[in-house]
Design a protein around this ligand. Structure first.
Ligand code: ADP
Ligand code: MG
Length: 169
């Protein structure tokens, strides 16, 4: 995928109550403004990368890009599981991510246990891949240190402008 690594940022919105948190794997959802800007070559499936909530530490993450059942599978969703134990939910906060690599396509599972096992495999793969020197350096990218200033950018800034700023560094 030519568009990787792909940088994006957006407010964490409420998902569709599919109970990810109950599975022990909460996923922070991006709004349509972020999802709609995804380049065409970023296909659905599971990705690994780096994520930062607000001005917090940069953590490893896994992200699922899938078809959103709420919109009868006509719209995509982007859901990030940050590999970090947070004390509180962070709805409304700015989430900054860089998608670094692709793990696998989406698939359906016969049981909840099989789904959870697959996600835990993804998390282990993400952790290992992100320790590789070529991937760990993205953790230090200026994109994350600029998260503080850009969170004060006026919300009227057009999505396309902020998108080009994000990927134009
Ligand atoms: P929703 O359907 O609203 O997305 P989830 O059950 O997927 O609900 O939980 C997601 C929310 O959990 C996030 O929006 C965030 O506020 C919170 N959260 C807490 N810890 C994490 C984490 N490690 N990764 C992602 N989200 C987390
Ligand atoms: Mg979620």
């Amino acid at each position: 995928m030519r568009s990787l690594p792909y940088f994006c940022r957006g407010e964490v919105i409420r998902g569709f109550g599919r109970g990810s948190k109950e599975l022990g794997i909460p996923t922070a959802n991006f709004p349509d403004s972020v999802v709609d800007n995804l380049p065409a070559d970023i296909s659905t499936g599971i990705y690994y990368g780096w994520a930062c909530v607000g001005n917090g530490d940069v953590c490893k993450m896994v992200m699922s890009i899938g078809w959103n059942p709420y919109y009868k599978n006509t719209k995509k969703s982007m859901e990030t599981h940050v590999i970090h134990q947070f004390k509180e939910d962070f709805y409304g906060e700015n989430l900054s991510v860089v998608m670094v690599g692709y793990i696998r396509p989406e698939r359906t599972y016969d049981s909840l246990e099989a789904l959870i096992a697959a996600i835990n495999n993804d998390i282990e793969e993400a952790k290992a891949k992100l320790d590789l020197p070529e991937h760990s350096k993205l953790k230090e990218d200026n994109f994350f240190t600029s998260a503080a200033s850009s969170s004060s950018v006026s919300p009227t800034t057009s999505a396309s402008t902020s998108q080009s700023i994000m990927n134009g560094h």
